[in-house]
Every structure is written in C-alpha cells, then in structure tokens.
Design a protein around this ligand. Structure first.
Ligand SMILES: C[C@@H](O)[C@H](N)C(=O)O
Ligand SMILES: C[C@@H](O)[C@H](N)C(=O)O
Lengths: 159, 159
C-alpha cells in the first residue's frame, strides 16, 4: 500500500460552504452551480451525501477565500427560491490530499490516511475521492500536523 | 468549457452504503475503513458532508455489488461500537463521471454536467470531485439517458 502513495498535497486557500436541507430533486444542483459559475466563483471540492430524510440532501463545497463572502451571498439569495434551510460558512478549513497512482480501490489508502489523522487527533470534516486522490477537509490549525503525519505514514519524509 | 471535457465514464457495478449519524470526532473514519480494508472490501467513492448538527456527520461510500452484503454486515457490527444511527443500502445506483483535463475550477463543468442531468430529470444522489473528474451517483435505471445527455452536452456524440 505505501508504494501506491506518491505525495501529500494541501491547500489553506479554502473556505467551506455548507448547504443544509436541499430538496433532493432534479434541478437543485443545476441552480446552485449555474449561479456560482455565472458569478465567476471558482469551486474546488463538491461533496453531497444523503441525510436521514430521503427527500433532503446536504452539500458542502469549497471556494477560494476571496470568493467566500460572494458565495455565501449568492447561496443566501437562492435559499428561498430553491427551498433549502441554511447556508453555513467555515473559513478555518484546509484541504489535505493523499495522491496515489492507480488506486483501484481506495480502501487501503483510506485506512492508512484516516488512521494517521485519527492518531494525531485530527478530525475529518469532509471527504472526497477520485482515482488518484483522497481529499479531506480539516481544521486549518492542524494542517502542518496532518501533513507531517501523512508524510510519516507513507515514508515520504525520508531523505 | 466544452473543450475541457474529454470523456464520460460510468459504472453500474456500484452499491451505495449510507452511514447516518456518525459522531464527528477523530477515529470514526479510521474504524470504518480499517474494518472494510481488513475484510478485503473494495471501496470506490467516499463522500462525507456535514449535517445540521455540528457533532454529527453523514457518509456515503460505494462498493462493488458483490461486496454490498458484506459491507452492510460489517457496518451494522460497527454501529453500536462507534455509536452511529443507521446503515442503509441502495443497490440501484450507477456512478456517472465527467472527465476533464486541468479543471482548475470545477464550477463550469459542474454547471454544464448538472444542467444536462437536470434537464433530463435525472436526480443527483451524491457528488464527488477531483482535479480531473466530477462523479455523481444516480438511479441506475437512468444510466443510458444520463450518459447520452452528457455526451450531447459536451459534443462527444459527434462522429
Ligand atoms: C440535491 C441535488 O443534488 C438534487 N438531487 C439535484 O439533482 O439537483
Ligand atoms: C465522521 C468522521 O469522518 C470523523 N470526523 C473522523 O474524523 O473520523
């Protein structure tokens, strides 16, 4: 497993927007991202998962810090139109990613990555995956600790 | 924007596991993915976002269909130990992805992808992003419709 991971990346230029209580029917995500795209707001992570209510979804997305206020404003303007409950902003987040080549299954890297973070007491606030990457959002104050823990877990700190 | 998207991929060999009411503190994700890794269950998408309760998170992950029953069994066994509320299984899902090179911001591709799906009435059940890909989970019955709509949106259906 350790040979699969080629690097650790992080970004502190992230602000996280949470949309709570999205009606889970077609057209809602279209409206959200059209509004952001038309306003020139750049979006990095998008994470949507279920809620306990089958008709409701919650979504997190991240923008660069300079776009945070604009994104919140745009989402608040959309709230009544789309009928969702709440917009929240968290500017104290950082994105940390483990990069691997050919992660056909993410489970091994997830285990090692989440273990390294858990063992340092770093809370995982959001998770997103792709073939070459697992990204998490954490409290920005833990960035250096998290990156060092991951370098250690994957032997990337050896010279 | 259209030139950025190079392809559309899909997989029907997906079953989605939803974990509701996860205590949002370090060690929970470590426990979940260690249990799955040790059992040899392959995991593809992992999506975690916030819930309205700041101390609770919800998570969706996908496994291959043949691992679905095992994954549910493992998660149910973990429920009391970790203190989360519920495990749900949805085997009628498909993963559809739009692949782009150098998507520095996802917002343009998100807009076009989610518009194409919304305009065909395809509901987006989960979203995950990376630098080269936006993946969604949809009802498997809509797979062909969704893939054709996306090919059309990005001009990938022209011979
Ligand atoms: C919540 C949102 O993703 C909705 N399900 C949609 O398809 O737009
Ligand atoms: C919910 C889960 O991701 C938890 N926050 C953890 O760090 O393990």
């Amino acid at each position: 497993e350790k040979r699969i991971v080629s690097g650790v990346a992080y970004s502190r230029d992230e602000a996280r927007i949470t949309l709570l209580g999205l009606p889970d029917h077609p057209g809602v995500s279209k409206a959200i991202f059209s509004r952001l795209a038309d306003a020139g707001v750049n979006v990095d992570m998008i994470v949507q998962s279920r809620s306990r209510n089958a008709e409701i979804a919650n979504m997190d997305f991240t923008v660069g810090r300079r776009d945070a206020a604009r994104a919140v404003e745009l989402m608040n303007a959309l709230k009544d139109e789309l009928g969702f409950e709440e917009v929240r902003l968290d500017e104290a987040v950082a994105k940390v990613s483990v990069i691997g080549i050919g992660m056909r299954s993410h489970v091994g890297v997830a285990q090692s990555m989440f273990t390294a973070l858990a063992d340092k007491g770093v809370n995982i606030q959001a998770i997103s995956t792709s073939e070459i990457k697992i990204s998490v959002l954490i409290d920005a104050a833990y960035t250096e600790l998290a990156v060092r823990a991951l370098h250690g877990a994957y032997g990337l700190d050896q010279v």
